[in-house]
Ligand binder design. Structure first.
Ligand code: NAG
Ligand code: NAG
Ligand code: NAG
Ligand code: NAG
Ligand code: NAG
Ligand code: NAG
Ligand code: NAG
Ligand code: NAG
Length: 911
């Protein structure tokens, strides 16, 4: 009964006319929608009558391109209004739309193209579409009268989205409409990558639907005839129907298919173009008939012949969505729905969605650099064709820029050339934000005012050219000094009113005295050589600490959180205050890599005072600056910094006090006051810690990399709520302290990302790795590095046990099996994904949070407790409806683990 899907993932678009708008009683909310009619006149804003969707002109989203209208005679159908105009881009290689969105939300993004011979050339073009800095797909218009539509489910990482049309030399790019829809954020979650539309079928129906039948405006297509299937349908009363987060429309669910031969399986299969392509599948089921008492419908689902989900009995007036938790690939992908022995009725399926994973690898330019350039562009009204991302992809980087590209890091701007660009005004301070700048050329413009001192603070700057402007005053002595020492080539000629410091008076009279500080003499050359040697030596010596330097450039701005600790009005404490607060350092509550921690009281509130060893901390100013930044970071799952001491050599940090110490104490059970953590406690702690880390990564801009996630850095308050501590501290410590370099920059042995040894860089994925190790500790209560002779690493240890399929051997034996098996397998699976050797295979924190919450929910269903989002100390329990969205993992053993096909090479066993 196999059927083959169309190999192409371009949608057939006859639907634009046949789409049923539905029985619109009142217009649905379009709050998460952005619907753009490209090429429409600037102030256009209308409601398309068939769908009720509100479209606006693209004028506010793009600065280039020309409007056009399709020629009605070339098309043989009447399309909706948004398809009638186009914007085309005859000029420039890359033209971009910039659309403001909410970073971190899940979007369905759709681009629409109808050529309609708008240019009268009768030559349908081919061009590329980029989503941000990554190529998304190639538009290849085969037929002037057939629209092409592409769709992707994507979580943008910036506050705006660039959709760029790239001219690849096969005709002028154009676009008809862009549609963005916000989806619920815990739906369509992948381990990595975005989901490109492959198919979405309303099975058993002869109609196709979109908004406002579908609140998310997904397109549902009729599957059409299949001789092995029988269509069945019944009406579903929307008001008594129990929806889930995926919200497939009731009309779509009211039809289904079932095998004609009641004992045969129902098979859905396709052959991917490329067997390495990964697919995600979402199947929606509902029982559309009220079954008599003596009838049952129950079936198993297999995926490529292996059990995927067992004993499914779709519910009446409610929905089961069964979806992939990881991608599936192969020469052929086949799902088979087979009736179980007990079932009197054949299987049914109401709707199915199939997506293909697209993994975008290219990273955006460093956000600080982008912001700086955006400001510079607007301050000077730069007229160059600066669109999309400044550095990426390399082939389309902005004119006048050079960037550095290092592995998976964000590209940085190393050179800015705005020579002869008709700039006028003073030298803008924003330039100082381009921290990695090595060359700056502002020559041949009309700049006036002084040469600003901030230029001397750009540490990497090797060349400044300010020739032929009208700058005045004296050149900052720091620049002159650097130049004399051979660190900087400074050209300031043809600025008649400019003089070197201290010589300004003579200068006025002697116009010829043009200052050029390029080193030319033999003597200068010698100095240069020495200087170069000195620089290289310093670089070698300081290599690991470049990290620290990089971090310092960023000013984290984190999304607002409730600040429950506002009670501390004062933030800066003197040494004598600290002596008083700690009662002369009476009670030691901990010792860490950074110094000793004392118990203290501010008023009646207990605090933890961490005194830093005086020699190890950066200078007064830097310390103050970093601490003030950290003080702005607030989240329930991060220990709050409430004050600090910066009194001569005494430097200390004052944190909220965490009554129950650190996680490791409790896991090891070594301390007499430690509490035995049951499975639920452990999962809650894991969720808390994951939320803290997720916030550092996505709530802060630029993201804060913790660098030292470990179980002793997860602290527990009096309610055993977990908070991450010690984040951001690496920035406080100076470069040269050998001892601290190893603990601060390079994390802690056992938790350290193995990729660090290759790349020499710690990234947010390194934190994910360390978190995976912590999760394994939480599950097993084993030490990270065994105290046996082999010094077995916990990852190795767990890995060897997974193969045996015995979860009880993995989970802490002191739990005596008192945990949900599925929940435990899933936790193990999450942890093992986090510790993948290849950083790009480690899941995003967002995914980890979602999965851990599911794991907790599974455990709570067992213990009859309720919603994972409701903390145990809150008042009203709420019923958590786990039944409506099932993952195949609800079977006894996770399929990936049961089949013995786990790819061991993907895991970080080697350490
Ligand atoms: C378009 O018009 C609708 C209804 O008049 C209004 O609610 C909406 O804000 C307008 N949109 C824009 C972008 O002007
Ligand atoms: C997008 O956001 C930026 C910065 O917040 C703002 O300046 C711009 O006007 C916004 N664009 C549109 C089309 O709303
Ligand atoms: C283009 O598609 C239309 C149907 O949408 C069809 O009638 C026409 O023959 C096609 N033209 C070509 C050249 O394939
Ligand atoms: C769909 O069309 C086929 C024949 O064209 C018809 O037999 C069938 O009943 C229709 N199904 C529905 C649900 O209307
Ligand atoms: C129905 O399916 C069963 C199981 O696949 C098969 O054995 C039987 O021959 C089929 N009957 C017909 C009439 O095709
Ligand atoms: C179920 O019961 C009904 C009467 O209540 C009877 O007509 C029907 O044949 C029974 N079906 C089966 C499969 O036993
Ligand atoms: C369906 O799954 C159950 C549970 O694993 C199994 O016992 C049964 O044999 C399966 N039935 C079929 C028809 O594969
Ligand atoms: C250059 O600056 C001087 C002093 O500020 C001013 O008098 C002069 O007009 C400026 N020249 C030009 C060409 O702008």
């Amino acid at each position: 009964m196999a059927l083959k899907y169309l190999p192409s993932y371009t949608m057939s678009m006859s639907f634009l006319v046949v789409f049923l708008g539905g029985l619109r009683v009142q217009a649905q909310d379009q709050s998460g929608f952005i619907s753009i009619d490209c090429g429409a006149p600037a102030d256009v804003n209308y409601t398309e009558p068939k769908t009720g969707i509100n479209y606006i002109s693209d004028a506010n989203f793009v600065n280039t391109g020309v409007s056009g209208t399709i020629i009605p005679e070339t098309i043989n159908t009447v399309y909706q209004r948004q398809m009638m105009n186009v914007r085309s881009f005859p000029e420039g290689k890359r033209n971009c739309y910039r659309i403001n969105i909410t970073r971190g939300s899940t979007y369905l993004i759709r681009t629409n193209f109808l050529y309609g011979n708008y240019d009268g050339l009768n030559r349908a073009p081919q061009f590329d579409i980029h989503l941000g800095v990554n190529r998304w797909y190639t538009v290849n218009i085969g037929n002037a009268s057939t629209p092409q539509v592409n769709e992707i489910i994507h979580v943008p990482s910036l506050d705006y989205l660039h959709i760029c049309l790239v001219d690849t030399g096969h005709g002028t790019p154009f676009i008809s409409a862009i549609e963005l829809r916000t989806l619920k954020s815990d739906t369509y979650v992948t381990q990595f990558g975005s989901l490109e539309y492959h198919n979405r079928w309303d099975l058993g129906s002869n109609n196709s639907y979109r908004y406002d039948v579908d609140v998310y405006d997904r397109f549902w297509y009729s599957y059409g005839d299949n001789k092995d299937w029988k269509q069945i349908s019944a009406s579903i009363a929307a008001d008594s129907f129990d929806q889930n987060h995926y919200k497939p429309p009731e009309i779509v669910l009211s039809t289904a298919v079932t095998p004609v031969n009641a004992t045969a399986p129902l098979v859905i299969s396709w052959e991917p173009q490329n067997p390495t392509e990964l697919y995600y599948v979402y199947m929606h089921f509902t029982e559309i008939e009220v079954l008599p008492k003596n009838q049952t419908r129950e079936f198993n689902i297999t995926q490529n012949g292996k059990p995927w989900y067992q004993n499914l009995s779709p519910m009446h007036q409610s929905i089961n969505t069964i979806y992939s938790r990881s991608g599936i690939n192969g020469e052929k992908i086949e799902y088979s729905l087979e009736k179980t022995k007990n079932s009197s009725l054949p299987p049914i399926i109401n709707a199915i969605e199939i997506y293909k994973v697209i993994n975008f690898h290219q990273t955006d330019t460093h956000q600080g650099d982008v912001d700086a350039l955006t400001t510079i562009k607007s301050v000077y009204g730069v007229t160059r064709d600066w669109q999309g991302d400044p550095c990426a992809p390399v082939a389309y980087s902005w004119d006048g820029l050079n960037c550095s590209y290092r592995g998976t890091e964000n590209p940085r701007i190393t050179s800015l050339n705005l020579s002869s660009s008709e700039l006028s005004g003073t030298i803008d301070p924003t330039i100082a934000n381009l921290i990695m700048l090595e060359k700056l050329d502002l020559s041949n413009n009309n700049l006036y005012g002084e040469v600003p001192d901030f230029l001397s603070r750009l540490q990497h700057l090797k060349m400044i050219n300010l020739e032929n402007n009208n700058l005045t005053g004296s050149i900052p002595s720091a620049l002159v000094q650097k130049s004399k020492e051979g660190f900087l080539s400074l050209s300031v000629g043809q600025n008649p009113y400019l003089c070197e410091s201290g010589q300004c008076n003579e200068k006025r009279k002697n116009k010829k005295n043009i200052v050029t500080l390029l080193l030319a003499s033999v003597c200068g050359g010698l100095i240069l050589l020495v200087a170069v040697a000195a620089v290289s030596w310093t670089l070698i010596k300081r290599k690991p600490n470049d990290l620290t330097v990089d971090q310092r450039e960023m000013t984290p701005q984190c999304t607002e959180q409730d600040d429950s600790l506002h009670q501390f009005k004062k933030q800066l404490y003197s040494y004598s205050d600290v002596v008083r607060i700690t009662n002369n350092f009476n009670t030691i509550v901990g010792k860490g890599g950074f110094g000793t921690v004392y118990l203290g009281y501010i008023g009646d509130t207990p605090v933890a005072v961490k005194m830093l060893s005086p020699s190890s901390v950066r200078g007064y100013q830097q310390f103050q600056a970093e601490v003030k930044l950290l003080m702005r970071v607030h989240h329930t799952n991060l220990t709050s910094l409430v004050g600090y001491c910066n009194d001569r050599d005494y430097k200390g940090l004052i944190y909220e006090y965490m009554a129950n110490g650190d996680l490791q104490e409790h896991l090891s059970g070594k301390h007499n006051k430690s509490k035995f953590l049951n499975w639920e406690d452990r999962l809650r702690i894991a969720v808390d810690a994951a939320l803290g880390l997720e916030y550092l990564q996505t709530g802060c801009k630029p993201p804060i990399i913790h660098r030292d996630v470990k179980s002793t850095n997860i602290l527990l308050d009096e309610k055993f709520q977990a908070k991450l501590s010690d984040f951001g501290l690496s920035k406080i410590f100076p470069i040269d302290e050998e001892t601290h370099v190893s603990t601060v920059v390079a994390g802690t042995p056992g938790y350290l990302d193995p990729d660090y040894y290759i790349s020499n860089r710690l990234t947010h994925k390194s934190d994910v790795y360390s978190f995976g190790v912590v999760l394994l500790e939480i599950i097993t209560s084993q030490p990270v590095i065994a105290r046996n002779e082999e010094r077995t690493h916990i990852i190795q240890w767990v890995g060897s046990l997974i193969a045996n399929g015995d979860i009880n051997a993995i989970v802490d034996s002191r739990l005596e099996g008192d945990f949900d098996i599925n929940s435990a397998w899933k936790a193990v699976e999450i942890a093992m994904a986090c510790v993948s050797l290849n950083p790009s295979e480690r899941p995003m924190m967002r995914m980890i949070v979602t999965e851990l919450k599911e794991t907790l929910a599974t455990e709570l269903t067992r213990t009859k407790l309720i919603d994972p989002d409701i903390r145990r100390d809150s008042v009203e329990p709420v019923t958590f409806n786990l039944d409506t969205e099932l993952t195949p993992l609800a079977s006894i053993v996770p399929p990936e683990l049961a089949t013995g096909h786990m790819n061991m090479s993907k895991m970080g066993y080697t350490l």
